[in-house]
Design a protein around this ligand. Sequence first.
Ligand code: C5P
Length: 310
Amino acid sequence: MLAAVPSPVTVRVPGKINLHLAVGDVRDDGFHELVTVFHAVSLFDEVTVTASESPGIEVLGDSAAEVPADGTNLAWRAVELLGRHVEHDTDVRVVLRKGIPVAGGMAGGSADAAGTLVALAALWKLDLTRDELAVLAADLGSDVTFALHGGTALGTGRGERIVPVLARHPQHWVIALHRQGLSTPTVFGELDRLRAASSDPTPVRAVEPVLEALAGGDPRQLALSLGNDLQAAAVSLAPDLRRTLRAGVSAGALAGLVSGSGPSCAFLCDSADSAVEVAAELAGAGVCRTVRVAHGPVPGARVVDENEPP
Ligand code: C5P
């Protein structure tokens, strides 16, 4: 009797912004010690895995051309890592539908890797716990664990140690996408350069105010506590981000900040309606490639149930 061919599995996985990102010293392994608050927002990639005799990766969406469709893609590294871990052959085709900005500081590549782990675990009917997946995720990249997890979470270490954070209310965001991406290692390197060139000691950014604001749920309070140490480095490499950040606040956002290593900027708004208005005004201001409205927190990588309404 022929073995049944498993049906393809699709996973939806969100992008993230960092509501707080405090960058500490460089460690011996080259990574920086971080204290960060991750927040998953409603810009999603979809990862579909299919058992196939022509294994490989395919990327769909507006910015597909900017994403490598070969063995260097983090999603393919996830296939190989999980295959080795459970001793399963890697005869799979991975299709990535990109909705998360590419090289935007929103962990799109990490999301694809997390989505691939969850999709393959279902395709191969693996009995893996979320904790086991999290260990594999941390091996792939600093942000991959959070992409599995989603919601709002405190990240420490190089970002891979995750603890959920109480976030009482949904928050509304406008995301401004920049014309060109920034490379994460370059932005960390620029921060090191700026710090080495400055005679002032680096002030430590406290995480408590943002945790309190999230617990309270008031976006105005949250707006006062947002902060990102990588912002100065991203702005130094892409100085026109200053105009983008100013324009979002002039358009009515409560606050704006560079997301992660940038160059996407996230603007916090006090309601869903206000986010739509801010997005429209920002889109007309000519300070970014395009804008998206999003809300958070949303769950991490989840298998899409084909019977569920979208
Ligand atoms: O872990 P991930 O592959 O996402 O990191 C990409 C790059 O960003 C690293 O190679 C490193 O240059 C930088 N990085 C860092 N410290 C962190 C996370 C990332 O220096 N905590």
